[in-house]
Ligand binder design. Structure first.
Ligand SMILES: [Fe+2]
Length: 247
């Protein structure tokens, strides 16, 4: 049973959740502050809501060992108990510094973004859909497997794009210091989360029915993630049409 899942996981980087137009754009050029606001508002909301979705998952999981694996993931998401190191805090600390370097101080602050920048419908669908999947005991294992197995490539691509702004920092060391959000993910944490999610799934993928439900949760979550990036890409494409028209 687990072999079916392993062959799915081997193909994850070729799915539209990870191979899409948003990432191509993000990695190819620096964004304007307006484009960064769209990214920060929506991706920020996704990152900020993730621990809450994990809490739903932990509540819905009865198997003690699987529950323990998810608790470890949640603890790491929450900065191992240090509020300054909570992953959403690390993300907004990078974005805040980036805005300052661009001469747009505070424009990427989460409190400002809530007032200035729209949360896209595809983002709300991801946040709500993720919580619903995590609350469904049969599909939640696959949903979490999808999230964690796409996360390494997601963060690697986001980091590759973040390097487009490196020249804004006069000291390269300071750019790398500002990148703690990315390094926390392309280092050990994501590798551990992959193992934890697979260990949790192994305990549940015992027959055809349970494996089918895992795959359903996996596919549904990847679809939500793919639509999320597609929504961001369309919004950013609209912005560049408007700015060309204005020019
Ligand atoms: Fe994280």
């Amino acid at each position: 049973m687990i072999r079916n899942l392993e062959s799915l996981l081997a193909k994850i980087t070729t799915t539209p959740a990870l191979d899409n137009e948003f990432y191509q754009e993000w990695m190819s050029r620096p964004f304007s502050i307006e484009e960064l606001q769209v990214f920060a508002r929506n991706y920020g909301a996704f990152v900020k809501s993730f621990p809450d979705a994990l809490a739903v998952l932990i509540g819905a999981t009865k198997d003690l060992e699987a529950k323990t694996e998810y608790v470890k993931t949640l603890y790491s998401e929450m900065g191992y108990g240090n509020p300054a190191k909570v992953h959403s805090a690390l993300l907004f600390s990078f974005l805040g510094e980036l805005a300052r370097k661009m001469g747009h101080e505070s424009k990427l602050d989460p409190e400002i973004l809530v007032e200035t920048t729209e949360l896209l419908p595809t983002t709300s669908e991801l946040l709500e859909g993720e919580k619903a999947l995590y609350g469904d005991e049969e599909m939640s294992f696959g949903a979490q497997l999808a999230l964690e197995w796409q996360a390494y490539t997601m963060l690697r691509k986001l980091y590759d794009g973040a390097r487009n702004y490196m020249q804004l920092w006069s000291e390269p060391d300071q750019f790398h210091e500002a990148c703690e959000y990315f390094y926390a993910h392309i280092g050990a944490a994501e590798k551990d989360h992959k193992d934890e999610s697979l260990k949790a799934v192994e305990r549940y993928a015992v027959d055809e029915h349970s494996t089918g439900k895992i795959i359903e949760g996996y596919d549904r979550h990847l679809d939500l993630i793919s639509n999320f990036w597609q929504g961001l890409h369309s919004r950013i494409a609209d912005l560049s049409v408007k700015s060309t028209a204005a020019a």
